[in-house]
Design a binder for this molecule. Sequence first.
Ligand SMILES: [Zn+2]
Length: 321
Amino acid sequence: MIEKRKFNLSFPVEIINWNGRIIHLKPEREIAAQLELLAAAGISSVMVAGLHREEPLAFDLSKAAVRIGKIIRHHGFEISSHHCLLPVFAPLADSQAPVRQIMEETVRFCHQLGTGTMVFHPGRISGRHLDVQSIFAGFEKEAAAHGVTRIIETAAENLREMAEKAAAAEMRIALENVGRFEPLADINLLPELIKTVDRSNVGFCVDSGHAHAFGEAVPQWIKLAGKKLFETHFHDNHAALAGVALPGQFIQSSKYFDQHLFPGDGTIPWEETIKALLEINYSGAVTFEVSVKPDLEALHQYRKIIGWWRKAEIEAQKLIA
Ligand SMILES: [Zn+2]
């Protein structure tokens, strides 16, 4: 019998403002206000996103990472993960060195931030992408010229080198399933990529919404990740693309498919999902990737999600006991 347990719950905290041209850090008091609300809701773990080299920055990345890390720790929180944005491969005929350079820098500033887990999407080609079509086109061009297997091998080589740097800093890489919203990210290709990388600190971030939108079973994803489940992004939707023949290999994400609803407000089988977490003995954070506006209602919203989850947790444990 599995002992009764409560998972460590985590929520996003916003640290940047993006105006479409340049990234600014949020003022410290705005970050602190979010942390105070979460603390009032009994939360002590947060995910952050937004520090990266892919867009112009109005600040020094290293200094910002140290500063944000300090603010968060000062409020008594740990950072369950940082959601990074970076390429995993360059065009195969080109040198992979620039990609590996970005990977190395990413490990460095995430370490300065003080997180143990870096989450990112697994199939981005290098270059500045103004829209997701450019990510699709870059991948399709390389796949036509070299085949998907060669892309996976190249990405895996780059990730192995990043994994080595991460391991030296006692950090892990969690590649996120993005279904067919991006390359190498569905239930067939992402497990293949992670198997090819074959490093103990390279695993999965299971995003429940991205799986369910395409009709991929969330509990199946969790079991498939097993010991390599390092982070979760939990939110709900109505599986709008399940069984739908897509017009191409990929489809642009939208709020109609990827609704980012509170867990329980869509059609994900949550008790089965929690049962799967218990079965793999998951010890990481359950991170709700939902946006809660920091207004008067925020504390109520956080409490609603937490209360709902704790009830579902008890029901799921009855399925096992
Ligand atoms: Zn996600």
